[in-house]
Write a protein that binds this ligand. Sequence first.
Ligand code: 5GP
Ligand code: MG
Length: 180
Amino acid sequence: MVEAGHGGLTLLIPEDELRAGVATLAREIDRDYATTGVVIVCVLKGAAVFTADLLRILRAEVHRLEFVRASSYGSGTQSSGDVRVTGTLDTRYMAGQHVLIVDDIADTGHTGMAVKDYIRSLGPASLRYCTLLDKPERREVEVQYDYVGFTIPNHFVVGYGMDFDERYRGLPAIYYFPDP
Ligand code: 5GP
Ligand code: MG
């Protein structure tokens, strides 16, 4: 279905399905962190909107919210294996904590691997990975994603925090660019 107003974008996950999917993830996370609480590490920028929605419906206690940035040196929509983790994360507060990484998309897996390795080096008591979307067809390295919202086909998607050249992050649903 092509929505008017978002030139050429095709709807993939409408708002109500997104809301339901995020709520399902929240209930799984609540169950696993009910007794320990959780420290959340959001992978900027794409996961910012998802993280904000997730946070507001979690019932498990969130002890801390931190942010990292993962940038790959790939060009355009291709991810290269060379991922650098940067950002403002306060490294003092990961040791001994139950840490949950929150990301937008699992694609090749390079970002997941790099962010996990980085947080693991800071000595958390446990480490899990939550991704809103998963494109398993594209995986190049094996990474365990503990919570997956939606498994999707190999499309380049935008909206709900995700961009193409920094645009479209504010769209409330998830869209893709159809093949020409
Ligand atoms: P990786 O390939 O390392 O698993 O994912 C790299 C990053 O590329 C993701 O975290 C996400 O930020 C971005 N990415 C991967 N697929 C898409 C996509 O379809 N749309 C957008 N906007 N970003 C994507
Ligand atoms: Mg990302």
